[in-house]
Design a protein around this ligand. Structure first.
Ligand SMILES: NC(=O)C1=CN([C@@H]2O[C@H](COP(=O)(O)OP(=O)(O)OC[C@H]3O[C@@H](n4cnc5c(N)ncnc54)[C@H](OP(=O)(O)O)[C@@H]3O)[C@@H](O)[C@H]2O)C=CC1
Ligand SMILES: O=C(O)[C@H](O)CS(=O)(=O)O
Length: 469
C-alpha cells in the first residue's frame, strides 16, 4: 500500500513498516512510514483544495458521498476480510462494522443538505439579522485501531458533507482499511486534495498538524490519556476539538429485569470486538435477589462463545490487538482473584493474543477491573441492594461514555437513565450506537458528539450577519 497524499499514491523513498495479523503474527501488508514532510504536503493540499470543495453545493458533495457509499457496499466482503486480518475481529463483526461505517456516509450524504441557518428579529427596525453555517475548514482526524473503518467514516462523512477537507492519521496497527477507504473515495470522484491518509511517525505527523494554524479542527478517538495531550496541544492554535475517549461502562440489572434479555444484551456489549470497544460493559451490577439466576445464565451463554481466528465464520472472539492488551486483561483477572473474586469460566490466555471470554463473580469495588478500563473479554459481576446504592456506584468514575440498565419498570428505567452521568444510555439495549444518534461522553470520556445532526455541527462554524438597510 502507499500513502494517499494530495490525490497521489505516495511511497517514494520512504521506509516501510509491516502490518501484522494479530491472530497469526503473519505480515498482511506494508505501508510507507510517513512523517512531518508528508504531513505538511497533505496539509498544503487540504488547505489549497478547501475553497473549491466548500463552494460545491451540498447536493454535489452528497452525490460523491453516495457514490463512495455504493463502492464500499460493493467491496464489503474484501474490506471486511482486510479489517479482520489487520485488527483480528471476527469476520461477521467486520462485515457489521463495514455496514455501520457505511451508514455514516449514507446518513451524512443526506444530512449535509439540511445545514440550515436562521433569521433573527432585529431590535432595530433598520436592521436584518441572519446566521449562516460555514465549514470549519481543514480537519485533522486521528483514529484508533478498534474500529478501523467506522471511526474514520464517523468523522470523515460529516466533515466532507459540511464542506471541510480532511487529514487522517489512522492507527499504526490498522492502516490498511483506512487506505482502502481512501482509494474508494478517490474512485467515487472525491476531488484531489480533499482527503489525505498519512501514517508512520505518529508524533511527527501529529505535531505537524497541531502546529499548523491552517488546521482548524482536531477530531480524535482513542484513550483518555492521549486525548488530554491532544487537547492541550490543540489549544496552542485554538483549534476546535472533538474527543471520543475511554469509557468504563456500568451495567445495572434490577430485580424486575427480563433476565434473558439482560444476559443477551450484556454479552453483546461486553464481548463485541473481544471487549475492545469504548462502550463495552466493564462492570456488571446485579440486584442480589436475581444474582444467582443471572450468573447461571451468563456463565452458560459465555461458555458457548468460540475463540479463534476471525477469518473462521464460527469465531465469536478473536485475538486482542497486542501483548500489552493481553497483559492488561490478565492483570485485571489476577488482581480480582487476589482480592477474592471467583472465576466462573475462562481466565486463561492461549496462542499468543487469545484470551478466553471470562466471567468472574464476588467482585468488589476495590478491584482494578471496577475502575480501570479493561478493554478485553472480562465480565466482572458484583451485586447491589438498592437503586440509590447502584446509581451512586455506577457514577463513581472519571468516565461518562456509555451505561446500560435493565428493568421492566418504565418509570424506573427513565428515572435511572436520567440519574446516570453518561452520554449514551442503553435501556434494555446493549447496542445503542447508530449513525442517526449523537454519540459522546460526559466527564473524561470526551468532548463533542459524533453521529446525528450534532455530529455535523462539529464541523461547522456559525456566522452572524447584521445588515443595516
Ligand atoms: N474511546 C475509544 O473509542 C477508544 C479508547 N481506547 C483506549 O485507548 C487505550 C489504548 O488504545 P490505543 O489505540 O493505543 O489508543 P491511543 O489513544 O494510544 O491511540 C489512538 C490513536 O492515537 C494515536 N496516538 C497515540 N499517541 C499519540 C500522540 N502522542 N499524539 C498523537 N496521536 C497519538 C495512535 O497512533 P498509533 O497507532 O501510531 O499509536 C492512534 O492512531 C485502550 O486500551 C483503550 O483504553 C482505544 C481505542 C478506542
Ligand atoms: O470507539 C469505540 O469503541 C466505538 O465508538 C464504539 S461504537 O461506536 O462502535 O459503539
Amino acid at each position: 500500500m502507499k500513502l494517499f497524499i494530495n490525490g497521489e499514491w505516495v511511497s517514494e523513498e520512504l521506509d516501510v513498516f509491516d502490518v501484522v495479523n494479530p491472530a497469526t503474527g503473519e505480515v498482511v501488508g506494508s505501508v510507507p512510514k510517513g512523517g512531518a514532510k508528508e504531513a505538511k504536503v497533505a496539509a498544503d493540499g487540504a488547505y489549497e483544495s478547501l475553497p473549491a470543495w466548500a463552494e460545491r453545493s451540498a447536493y454535489e458533495r452528497s452525490a460523491i458521498l453516495e457514490a463512495w457509499h455504493d463502492l464500499i457496499a460493493e467491496q464489503k466482503e474484501e474490506l471486511a476480510r482486510l479489517m479482520t486480518m489487520e485488527q483480528g475481529k471476527p469476520i461477521n463483526e467486520a462485515r457489521g462494522e463495514i455496514a455501520y461505517a457505511n451508514s455514516f456516509i449514507k446518513w451524512y450524504a443526506e444530512e449535509g443538505k439540511r445545514i440550515y441557518g436562521e433569521t433573527i428579529p432585529a431590535s432595530s427596525p433598520d436592521k436584518r439579522l441572519f446566521v449562516v453555517k460555514q465549514p470549519v475548514g481543514v480537519v485533522a482526524a486521528i483514529t484508533p485501531w478498534n474500529f478501523p473503518a467506522a471511526m474514520i467514516t464517523r468523522k470523515v462523512a460529516p466533515a466532507l458533507a459540511a464542506g471541510c477537507t480532511v487529514l487522517i492519521k489512522p492507527a499504526s496497527q490498522t492502516p490498511l482499511t483506512a487506505l482502502k477507504l481512501a482509494e474508494l473515495a478517490e474512485k467515487a470522484g472525491l476531488p484531489k486534495g480533499v482527503l489525505h491518509v498519512v501514517v508512520g511517525s505518529t508524533s511527527d505527523i501529529s505535531k505537524a498538524w497541531q502546529e499548523d494554524e491552517r488546521v482548524r479542527k482536531l477530531t480524535f478517538t482513542g484513550s483518555t490519556e492521549i486525548g488530554r495531550t491532544l487537547m492541550s496541544e490543540a489549544g496552542q492554535t485554538v483549534k476546535k476539538i472533538s474527543l471520543e475517549l475511554g469509557g468504563h461502562a456500568p451495567v445495572l440489572v434490577f430485580e424486575d429485569a427480563d433476565i434473558d434479555n439482560a444476559v443477551q444484551e450484556t454479552i453483546a456489549s461486553k464481548f463485541r470486538n473481544g471487549g475492545q470497544t469504548c462502550v463495552c460493559a466493564n462492570r456488571i451490577y446485579v440486584h442480589e435477589s436475581i444474582a444467582e439466576a443471572f450468573i447461571t445464565k451468563m456463565k452458560q451463554a459465555v461458555e458457548q462463545l468460540k475463540v479463534g481466528n476471525g477469518l473462521n465464520e464460527e469465531t465469536d472472539i478473536g485475538p486482542l490487538i497486542d501483548e500489552e492488551a493481553v497483559d492488561k486483561v490478565l492483570t485485571h483477572i489476577r488482581d480480582a482473584k487476589d482480592k477474592g473474586a471467583e472465576v466462573l469460566t475462562g481466565g486463561n490466555s492461549s496462542d499468543g493474543l487469545f484470551i478466553e471470554p471470562t466471567v468472574i463473580a464476588g467482585v468488589t469495588d476495590d478491584m482494578a477491573c471496577m475502575s480501570e478500563e479493561t478493554f478485553g473479554p472480562l465480565a466482572p459481576i458484583s451485586t447491589f441492594k438498592t437503586e440509590e446504592e447502584v446509581v451512586k456506584r455506577a457514577n463513581d468514575t472519571i468516565y461518562g461514555l456509555a451505561a446500560y440498565l435493565f428493568t421492566t419498570d418504565l418509570s424506573r428505567g427513565i428515572r435511572v437513565a436520567e440519574k446516570l452521568d453518561y452520554g449514551v444510555v442503553g435501556l434494555n439495549d446493549g447496542g445503542p450506537s447508530v449513525a442517526q444518534a449523537p454519540f459522546g461522553g460526559f466527564k473524561q470520556s470526551g468532548i463533542g458528539r459524533e453521529g446525528g445532526h450534532e455530529g455535523l455541527e462539529e464541523f461547522l462554524e456559525s456566522k452572524y450577519v447584521s445588515l443595516k438597510m
